[in-house]
Design a protein around this ligand. Sequence first.
Ligand code: 5GP
Length: 200
Amino acid sequence: MSHGDAPPTGRLVVLSGPSGVGKDTVLQALTSLEPRLRRSVSCTTRPPRPGETDGVSYHFVDDATFRAMIDRDEFLEWAVVHGELKGTPRAAVQEALARGEDVILKIDVQGAAQVRGQQLPGTIFIFLMPPSLEELQERLRRRETEDEASLAVRESDARRELAMAEQYDHRVVNDNVERAAREILGIIARSRRRHEDGDG
Ligand code: 5GP
């Protein structure tokens, strides 16, 4: 179907993948290779980690604030991830897309399923895969931010997340950060061309 005279809208890109797969590093590479790609800033009830800045890494909010936003339907999607509330504020994403900017969401598989259910035209679903499950477990254990209990939660969440990979349009193996980032940019560029040709 042709989009006729409709203004160009940006692509919405959903990036999921298990904890420890390297989503943040790949995201950094993506935005430095393609500065026009916008990262959505999520809200979370998780406390900030050292080095995280409010409004940049996340909007850090308390439980009551998050619940009030749910009640006002302000989230494009939200979920309980590793025991904390996390959600994508809808307005900022819609405004960026309307300006023609591509927006990337780093969200878990439950949130991705909610976005999929909304059938927004042209959304691209990408799952970042580890080279192997053994390597993923190794990377998770090397992380120093996690205590034993949250490590166990993340390991079992990681196995559950990996089982959902086939529901995504694209699976990209993070064997090398820059290679993976370039593959993702290629996927976005091809999708944009198809869209501009009037094919979704
Ligand atoms: P972290 O706590 O390490 O920053 O993030 C852990 C995971 O939470 C991310 O890998 C991502 O899958 C998920 N996440 C972050 N923001 C959101 C969000 O807004 N919505 C959902 N559904 N998941 C999120």
